[in-house]
Design a protein around this ligand. Structure first.
Ligand SMILES: [Zn+2]
Length: 289
């Protein structure tokens, strides 16, 4: 995990999930996300100690386990504040909600795993931030995701932009609301910053290419789902067709993640007036209008 200084007060740790650091004074820092697990939290603590810094607080961009995994160990050692927005805050305090949302009810044991459920930590709803930090709403990948801007004009973007490898490998990268995700891409197009740090990409001065890539894939999947509804189709058949067409390998996590994402696409097409649903012989079907 390498510490990179990218602004007067802004740093980040290069990691599977990048970690932001903002120095609010000589001694104290805020973290932006904490990586995927306890080990990651311990590595962050070690680096912070080496710099003689203290962690005043953590801002979580959203509640996914790979962004809040280090929260519990860092909070237990430092007693720092954790700040996050509305629904994300509820999930961070009650991480069982994440697999519950994906499964649709109390999740089966196999879904209560570290990829879908972090250890609980105590988060407060974000209101005012320390001087030098601002947040912007970037909904769509998760219900109330935020990005964080520092006084160095550096943006930490959470998962508002997925990386090229993920897009090409998974195609149905996780979304909770397609319309909100597209809307967030429009917000990203307007941002002026010196550096942008999406959680799973290299830091970059220009996000135009990533925005195009994310937008093109979402529009491709919208069209794919729409085409599959040319004939009446059940959700389970659509899910199989999605895995088959894109040569995806189904495991239990992917079953719920892609399944949940497909439901977001169906809702989008329904609200756009492109498809409808009906119930027949005790089955639910989707069909183009
Ligand atoms: Zn995420």
């Amino acid at each position: 995990m390498q510490l990179n200084k990218v602004g007067e007060k802004t740093y980040y740790l290069e990691n599977a999930t990048n970690i932001g650091i903002y120095q609010i004074n000589e001694k104290e820092v805020y973290l932006i996300d904490t990586g995927n697990d306890k080990d990651c939290g311990k590595k962050i603590l070690k680096i912070i100690e080496e710099q003689n810094w203290q962690i005043k607080g953590i801002i979580n961009t959203h509640s996914h386990a790979d962004h809040i995994g280090g929260n519990a160990v860092i909070q237990s050692r430092t007693n720092c504040d954790i700040l996050s927005s509305k629904l994300e805050n509820s999930i961070i305090n009650n991480p069982i909600l994440e697999p519950t949302i994906l499964y649709g009810n109390t999740p089966i044991k196999e879904l209560q795993n570290k990829f879908l459920m972090a250890k609980p930590s105590k988060s407060k709803e974000i209101k005012d931030l320390e001087e030098g930090l601002e947040y912007i709403e970037l909904k769509g990948h998760s219900p109330n995701m935020i990005g964080v801007k520092t006084s160095d004009e550096i943006y930490f973007l959470g998962d508002a932009l997925l990386n090229e490898e993920t897009i090409l490998k998974y195609h149905f990268f996780y979304l909770t609301d397609v319309k909100e995700f597209l809307n967030s891409l429009e917000i990203l197009k307007t941002l002026k910053g010196t550096l942008f740090i999406p959680s799973h990409c290299q830091a970059t001065e220009n996000i135009d290419f990533l925005i195009q890539l994310n937008e093109a894939k979402v529009k491709e999947i919208i069209n794919f789902v729409y085409q599959q509804c040319a004939k009446e189709i059940t959700f389970e058949s659509l899910l199989k067709k999605s895995f088959d067409t894109y040569s995806l390998k189904m495991d239990l996590n992917q079953y719920v993640l892609v399944g949940s994402t497909l439901k977001a696409y169906l809702k989008y097409l329904l609200e756009e007036g492109k498809i409808t649903y009906f119930l027949k012989e005790n089955q639910m079907f989707w069909k183009q209008i």
